[in-house]
Design a protein around this ligand. Sequence first.
Ligand SMILES: C[S@@+](CC[C@H](N)C(=O)[O-])C[C@H]1O[C@@H](n2cnc3c(N)ncnc32)[C@H](O)[C@@H]1O
Length: 276
Amino acid sequence: MTTKLDWEGRVGRSWASQWEKTDRSFGGLTDALLSKTRGTTAPRVLDIGCGAGELSLAFARGNSAAEIVGLDVSEELIEVARSRALRLSNIDFVHGDASQWSREFFAPDLLMSRHGVMFFEDPVAAFSHLRSISSRDARLVFSCFRSFQENSWAERVAGFLPPDSFVEPDRFSPGPFAFSDQSHVHGILSDAGWSEINFEAIDYAFVAGVGEDAVQEALDYFQVIGPAARPALGLSPDEKAKFLGKLARYLQAHEDGGIVALKAAAWIVTARNRPR
Ligand SMILES: C[S@@+](CC[C@H](N)C(=O)[O-])C[C@H]1O[C@@H](n2cnc3c(N)ncnc32)[C@H](O)[C@@H]1O
């Protein structure tokens, strides 16, 4: 389970320290998300759980007239995002909880998120709130992981830990895999009042390491980010050495031309705020 409190603390700090690498890992989703936003105008845009700001920044590049708010509960990530947007006057990165945040005269026409919506304690309440602050006909576009098993990279990385140090994520508790079940997510959005709910399955390359030391980079990365990061903190030196040995062999097998890329599975989910 990964909650808002984790993101406000250790997990948010880890992501802020690794933001260039997390952008690389999730970069394959950015165009897939942006492609769903093309074709209609969206004067006001909310990026939910914007992290270090990549999706907001990418959207701003192609939509200079849009007013964009990137919202996140991690102060450290918001600081990074702000530092990346110094020359852009149409993005505002804001520290806040998306399940409660609102701003006068800012009803988003587009709500988007790259993997930032799976951590709400009460997802129906959060998505109801987000719909309530949106403009009529607003579009919702977000990505989230499909199941732990379909993301065999995550299952393998965690599987190298000693058996008693890792518990497979619960499919419905807040965390990276909380939105893997299509009918569960459909139910959440529908109960929250969203319409025209659609799911598109996409596979993308989760890049874990790049360059001459790509395998070492990926090894370092998975000790800070991903399903083994928290359990690895509690390993004894001997357990850690065994874990890293197994992980290194797995990563070596996936290194090609100076890139360690692992096949990842996501949903791109779209919905609309239509009057019922
Ligand atoms: C997996 S990260 C994705 C970050 C970013 N969208 C990206 O693609 O790099 C999830 C993000 O959601 C944020 N988050 C979690 N719960 C949130 C909430 N209730 N309100 C706003 N942001 C939240 C976290 O702080 C984190 O930055």
